[in-house]
Design a protein around this ligand. Structure first.
Ligand SMILES: NC(=O)c1ccc[n+]([C@@H]2O[C@H](COP(=O)([O-])OP(=O)(O)OC[C@H]3O[C@@H](n4cnc5c(N)ncnc54)[C@H](OP(=O)(O)O)[C@@H]3O)[C@@H](O)[C@H]2O)c1
Length: 302
């Protein structure tokens, strides 16, 4: 029987690169509409029927809206903890290796600035990060054949992007000529496309364990916004602000600056630098035509 790689949550930013990547086996992609990780009975029925055909579980599905997680903790627990537990129990019961994508947001809530490596002391700053940490702990407690990849500030997906890059681009598309970005928060922006490549490489190893897998290096939100605007329209002004400028429900860690120490030790750190990642992603967005309306704005200004 041909073995397949089963994936959850492929309708999101990371999932959008899955089809274009080379995998060692055929992939079975699912999103919440076909496979809801919180529906325990559905998960159990599915694995009872198909477990023999599955060589890996790649668990991407999550509630990634940090502010929503802060405001609706039951929902965050249901998706990120119960949902992960359902996938872990299936992996354990049928002895299927599992790859779980987590976040380096589990660090920095105590004001430490990093860079954080795999064995730095976790201290989540918000409830989303706590739920991802609980998910990691469930994986480690129940499985031996697992890989946890911790990503940083995610970039990817183009039209599906709900995060920082697309928030800036939306402001530019709305005609904003000044962008405000926080200076005192640092992280390691991560290109989802490169993360997916590392995922496919890890599936061909038996290097079980927890790995940071972010863009190499650090940027503040302000640096991040400056690179985005420089690539798209250097005449846009980027103004540094303090965190209190934005009134967000969830606290943010002062630093999510990560170091891919274990991938580097294994010779598997092929992640690009954060800055190169931003440039590559903006180029992808440009090629997708998402920036086309800006040309019309520029023509009007001339
Ligand atoms: N985005 C980030 O900044 C970031 C940073 C570090 C790590 N990560 C991790 O990377 C992984 C992939 O996230 P992403 O960046 O691709 O985020 P995303 O775009 O929000 O994708 C997550 C996907 O999971 C789906 N999902 C939500 N609830 C589900 C459920 N009950 N059952 C099945 N699927 C469900 C979502 O569907 P709907 O959109 O329809 O809800 C969405 O398609 C996640 O584990 C996330 O925690 C993300």
């Amino acid at each position: 029987m041909e073995q397949r790689i089963f994936m959850t949550g492929t309708g999101g930013m990371v999932g959008s690169y899955v089809s274009a990547c080379a995998w060692h086996a055929p992939i079975m992609q699912t999103d919440v509409r076909e496979f809801d990780i919180t529906d325990t009975a559905q998960v159990e029925r599915f694995f009872a029927q198909y477990a023999k055909e599955i060589s890996w579980i790649v668990h991407l599905a999550a509630e990634t809206d940090v502010d929503r997680c802060e405001q609706d903790k039951d929902h965050a627990m249901r998706v990120n903890v119960l949902g992960t537990q359902n996938m872990v129990y299936a992996a354990q019961r049928y002895d299927i290796p599992l790859l779980f994508v987590s976040t380096v947001g589990i660090f920095g809530g105590d004001g430490q600035l990093g860079p954080f490596h795999e064995f730095s002391t976790p201290c989540p700053a918000n409830f989303y990060a706590w739920t991802k940490w609980y998910g990691e702990e469930i994986v480690r407690q129940h499985l031996t054949k697992y890989v946890i990849l911790r990503a940083g500030w995610m970039m990817g997906g183009g039209a599906k992007d709900k995060k920082f890059v697309m928030k800036i681009i939306r402001q530019l598309l709305d005609g904003k000529r000044e962008i405000f970005a926080i200076e005192e928060i640092i992280g390691s922006p991560t290109y989802a496309k490169a993360l997916v490549r590392t995922m496919s490489e890890m599936l061909q190893t038996s290097y079980w364990g927890t790995y940071n897998c972010t863009g190499n290096g650090k940027m503040s939100r302000y640096d991040f916004a400056r690179v985005i605007c420089k690539e798209i329209d250097p005449s846009v002004r980027v103004t540094p602000v303090v965190s209190s400028f934005f009134n967000l429900p969830a606290p943010r860690a002062a630093s999510e600056h990560s170091e891919n120490r274990m991938l580097t030790l294994r010779g598997l750190n092929t992640m690009p630098s954060s800055e190169d990642s931003v440039r590559a992603y903006i180029e992808e967005i440009r090629l997708a035509g998402i920036l086309d309306p800006l040309r019309a704005h520029a023509a009007v200004r001339l």
